[in-house]
Design a protein around this ligand. Structure first.
Ligand code: V47
Length: 372
C-alpha cells in the first residue's frame, strides 16, 4: 500500500525507510520541519513495527535520588540545590537502603539511581551504597550514575573515568541511565548547563563505559533554546557512537520542563513536539534498538499515543520521581504495573515486561524470574 502523504517531500524518505537505508542530516531536518506529522508518524511506525512488531516494553522499577545537593548550577534544572540551601537533602546510607525497599507493592527488577554532584560524598561512599543495595536486593538490576556523575567522581578523586567505572562495576552497578546528555551543541550548553561536562566528554565516557561492557541509555533534552539542526546533530552524534560501540540500549527524548528553573520564562513543549521527537528519533537512530516514551515526562496520554508513532517502551512504575516534579510536572509519581498494562493494551500493543537488559520477566506480586 502506498500511503498518501500531505507533504510529497516525504516520499524519498519513505523509499529509504522501505529499503532500510540510513537517513541524512537533511532528512532529519525535513522530518522536524514538515507539518505532515501523520506522515512522519507513519514512517516511524513502519520502523517500529519492523523492529518490535506489536510489543511495548515496560519494567517494574524504582527511582532513587540519594541527594539533590549539587555543585553545578545548570539553568535547565530545578532539582539541584546548593549545599547551604535548607531545602536540599542528602540521605544517609541506611536511608538509601531503607528507601529502596519502600513504597511498592510489586517486586521491582530495577533501581534507577542518579543524584546531584555533591561536594562532600566520596566515591567510596557511593561504592558502599551500591554494595549495600546489592547485598539487600541481590535480584535487582542497578542502573546507576550518568556520564556527568562519572566525570565528577573522576575529577574529585583525581583518577580516570575508566577507574571510576571499574570501581563502581566492582561494587555492583549493572548499567547506566541516559541522563545528562542534554544537547551536544556547545553554543546551547553554554547557556543551559555551562557547569556540566561538554558533549564530547559525555560521548567519550559513554564510549569508555561501553568498552568495559556496560550497557547504557542515552537522552536528548529538547524544547528550550535549541534549533532543529541542533537536535539532528545530537541524534547523529549518538548514532555515530553507537556504530562504534553498540552499547546504547534505549534512547529517551526528554521535554524541557521550565517551572522553577532559571529558564522559567520559556513555554512548555506541546503534544505535537513531543510526538514528533519520538518519531524523528525512531527514524534517525536506526542502530539503537529501543525508543522510550517516558510517561512521567510526557504524560500517560502522550506516552500511550507515542506507541503508534515510533516508541516501543514506556518506562516503568518509577514509584518516586523528583527531577521532573521539582520542575513542575503534574503527572503522577508512580504507576502500578496494572496501569501500565492498561495503557499499553488500549494503544493496541502487547505488553512485554522486561528487565533492564530487555530479557522477559515472569512474576508474581512479590517475586520475579528473568528468563534468559
Ligand atoms: O539528565 C533535568 C533532564 C534528566 C530538567 O535512562 C530535565 O532510562 C526537563 O535522564 N526539565 C534526568 N528535563 C532524567 C533521565 C531519565 C529519565 C527516565 C529514564 C532514563 C533512563 C533517564 O532529566 C536529566 C536532564 O536531562 N532534566 N531538569 C527539566 N527542568
Amino acid at each position: 500500500m502506498i500511503p498518501r502523504f500531505e507533504d510529497a517531500r516525504l516520499l524519498p524518505v519513505l523509499e529509504k525507510v522501505q529499503t532500510e537505508r540510513r537517513l541524512s542530516f537533511d532528512d532529519g531536518l525535513l522530518l522536524y520541519q514538515t507539518p505532515d506529522i501523520l506522515g512522519v508518524g507513519y514512517l516511524a511506525n513502519l520502523v517500529r513495527e519492523r523492529m518490535h512488531g506489536d510489543l511495548t516494553y515496560f519494567n517494574v522499577n524504582r527511582h532513587i535520588n540519594p541527594t539533590d545537593v549539587c555543585t553545578a548550577s545548570c539553568r535547565l534544572c530545578a532539582f539541584g540545590k546548593k549545599a547551604k540551601d535548607p531545602n536540599g537533602y542528602t540521605m544517609s546510607l541506611e536511608e538509601v537502603w531503607h528507601r529502596a525497599g519502600e513504597g511498592y507493592t510489586e517486586a521491582v527488577s530495577e533501581f534507577h539511581i542518579v543524584g546531584g554532584l555533591h561536594p562532600e560524598l566520596t566515591l567510596d561512599w557511593y561504592c558502599e551504597m551500591i554494595r549495600g543495595l546489592k547485598e539487600r536486593y541481590p535480584q535487582v538490576h542497578l542502573k546507576a550514575f550518568t556520564m556527568v556523575e562519572i566525570s565528577y567522581f573522576s575529577k574529585r578523586m583525581k583518577i580516570s573515568n575508566r577507574e571510576v567505572l571499574e570501581r563502581l562495576m566492582a561494587a555492583g552497578i549493572d548499567s547506566q541511565p541516559g541522563g545528562g546528555a542534554e544537547i551536544f551543541s556547545e553554543r546551547i550548553r553554554r547557556v543551559i548547563c555551562d557547569h556540566k561536562i561538554d558533549g564530547g566528554e559525555w560521548l567519550e565516557i559513554a564510549r569508555e563505559s561501553h568498552k568495559l561492557g556496560l550497557k547504557s541509555n542515552c537522552t536528548m533534552l529538547y524544547g528550550h533554546i535549541e534549533t532543529e539542526a541542533d537536535r539532528v546533530d545530537h541524534l547523529i552524534k549518538l548514532r555515530e557512537l553507537q556504530d562504534e560501540t553498540g552499547g546504547f540500549q534505549t534512547f529517551i527524548p526528554l521535554a524541557f520542563h521550565p517551572a522553577n528553573t532559571a529558564m522559567s520564562h520559556l513555554p512548555t513543549t506541546t503534544g505535537f513536539d513531543d510526538i514528533r521527537n519520538i518519531a524523528v528519533s525512531r527514524l534517525m537512530l536506526d542502530n539503537i534498538p529501543h525508543i522510550k516514551a517516558y510517561w512521567v515526562m510526557m504524560s500517560e496520554a502522550i506516552a500511550q499515543i507515542a506507541q503508534r508513532f515510533g516508541a516501543n517502551d514506556i518506562d516503568g512504575t518509577v514509584v518516586e520521581e523528583k527531577i521532573y516534579h521539582d520542575a513542575g510536572a503534574t503527572t503522577s509519581q508512580n504507576l502500578r504495573r496494572g496501569d501500565l498494562l492498561r495503557l499499553i493494551r488500549e494503544a493496541g500493543r502487547q505488553p512485554f515486561e522486561r528487565d533492564t537488559l530487555y530479557r522477559p520477566v515472569v512474576r508474581t506480586e512479590t517475586a520475579f524470574t528473568i528468563l534468559t
